[in-house]
Ligand binder design. Structure first.
Ligand code: F6R
Ligand code: ZN
Length: 187
């Protein structure tokens, strides 16, 4: 028997060695545009949860990791709940995401700050090339679940996004998701 199991209808991973990490609103300082609103909300609210199966040591070349991410529905003011987003530390490493449940958007950005999105719906498969930063936003009313597969040597560079952000943010405008360019980008 294999050591881990994927429940294919829910995207959930189970088995020995599967780790889980949670991100609450309190841990997402300065991630959303409206920091004052984020601070005024329930800090214990769970925004997203990641399960991962990492059978080889992080940084080791040639291995693959498997992940399951769940983003809960909601917004900070008019910006959808989303992941922090990152480049891979070993920049030229790619990743697959595929959507299991819910509705959302994969927000992608190149090294020049050009930002675009791919819609996520159950069954959509997303190839994220190397050198492309990636984050996911939940634009629906239910949880958004997606699986991922990435190289064990990739690593995660969160610092670049903390410093410069993405070139655009996914906001609800007139009741619909819209990618809004950062002001800095528009001049
Ligand atoms: C791994 C990957 C995903 C994310 C997860 C949480 O390379 O892209 O497993 O790590 O969706 O997002 P972050 O890591 O941006 O908080
Ligand atoms: Zn990644």
């Amino acid at each position: 028997m294999p050591t881990i199991q994927l429940e294919i209808t829910s995207g959930k991973l189970a088995g020995e060695g599967v780790i889980t990490a949670q991100k609450k609103l309190s841990q997402l300082e300065n991630v959303f545009q409206d920091e004052a609103t984020r601070k005024s909300m329930d800090q214990d609210q769970l925004i997203y949860e990641v399960q991962a199966y990492m059978p080889v040591e992080e940084g080791k070349e040639g291995g693959l990791y498997f992940g399951n991410s769940t983003i809960f529905p909601g917004k900070v003011n008019n910006e959808y709940f989303m992941t922090r987003g990152h480049f891979h530390t070993k920049l030229d490493t790619a990743e697959y995401y595929w959507c299991i449940q819910g509705k959302g958007a994969l927000i992608l950005m190149d090294e020049e700050g050009k930002t675009w999105l791919e819609e996520m719906t159950p069954g959509s498969v997303h190839y994220i090339p190397g050198k492309i930063a990636h984050r996911v936003a939940n634009t629906g009313d239910e949880k958004l679940v997606f699986n991922a597969c990435w190289p064990s040597e990739a690593g995660h560079d969160y610092a670049t996004i903390e410093k410069d952000g993405f070139g655009a943010r996914l906001m609800e405008v007139d009741g619909k998701p819209q990618l809004v360019q950062n002001k800095k980008e528009m001049v």
